[in-house]
Ligand binder design. Structure first.
Ligand code: PGA
Length: 257
């Protein structure tokens, strides 16, 4: 199982900056081996980025989608549209969608099922808020998000799924979870996967960590047994820091401790 490193560009970068970054990644990642890499640009830059990255192994994902395939949903974007444009992946349940835009577990579940039915691969994000961690509710919260988000999702869909654990208090704050804090939750998520889908299937699902990932902390996070990739926000906006994270990941896989 190769680790999966994804850059979430959020609502950043101009057209020119996005094109330049995509071209730099195309060039900079040419020889990369043993790591799967993806980027999630804003919707409007998807066609251009897909075009630049065509023929490479770099995956392109959207940051969100609607659960209906078409219709009167002003301002929304559908799964078939994402496929048309060349996306292979979609991020669902990101904490900014949950907490700034009111997405509920049941909306995320509907989106997840639609995406999988269309053959889009899903990066399913979950994670607790600071007050939930401080209240000792971390496991309860991620378990609720996990169970509700994956309701009705069968074992056959699991190869298309990546889970991203992103503690809300670590996102964009410069305060990443320690490798031990992250591993504790990743291990719990692995147990939840085992209980629902069996050991073999569970062992093949990649669980990414996200939240203030940098070139400096990537290696120690990836040294944890249940951290199988990274979801990178801020540090994915600059060529140098994102490439460093990918190379650190490659290095880690070649010489695991
Ligand atoms: P960050 O964002 O790396 O800027 O903390 C991560 C994310 O929200 O996916």
């Amino acid at each position: 199982m190769n680790p999966f490193v994804v850059g979430n560009w959020k609502m950043n970068l101009s057209l020119e900056e996005a094109s330049t970054l995509a071209m730099d990644l195309r060039q900079g990642l040419e020889g990369v081996d043993g790591v799967e890499v993806g980027v999630c640009p804003p919707f409007v830059w998807l066609p251009g980025v897909c075009f630049v990255l065509m023929g490479t192994k770099i995956r392109v994902g959207a940051q969100n989608m609607h659960w209906e395939k078409k219709g009167a949903f002003t301002g929304e974007v559908s799964g078939p549209m994402l496929k048309d444009v060349g996306c292979t992946h979609v991020l669902l349940g990101h904490s900014e969608r949950r907490h700034l835009f009111g997405e509920t577990d049941s909306m995320i579940n509907k989106k997840l099922k639609t995406a999988l039915s269309l053959g889009l691969k899903v990066i399913f994000c979950l994670g607790e808020r600071l007050e939930e961690r401080e209240g000792g509710e971390t496991f309860t919260v991620v378990e609720r998000q996990f169970t509700a988000g994956l309701e009705g999702v069968g074992q056959e869909a699991l190869p298309e799924l990546t889970i991203a654990y992103e503690p809300v208090w670590a996102i964009g704050t410069g305060k990443n979870a320690t490798p031990e804090q992250a591993q504790e939750v990743h291990g719990h998520l692995r147990n939840l996967l085992e209980n629902k889908y069996g050991n073999e299937t569970a062992s093949q699902v990649r669980i990414q960590y996200g939240g203030s990932v940098t070139p400096e902390n990537a290696g120690e996070l990836l040294a944890q047994p249940d951290i199988n990739g990274l979801l990178v926000g801020g540090a994915s906006l600059k060529k140098d820091s994102f490439l460093k994270i990918v190379f650190t990941t490659q290095e880690r896989m070649r010489s695991p401790i």
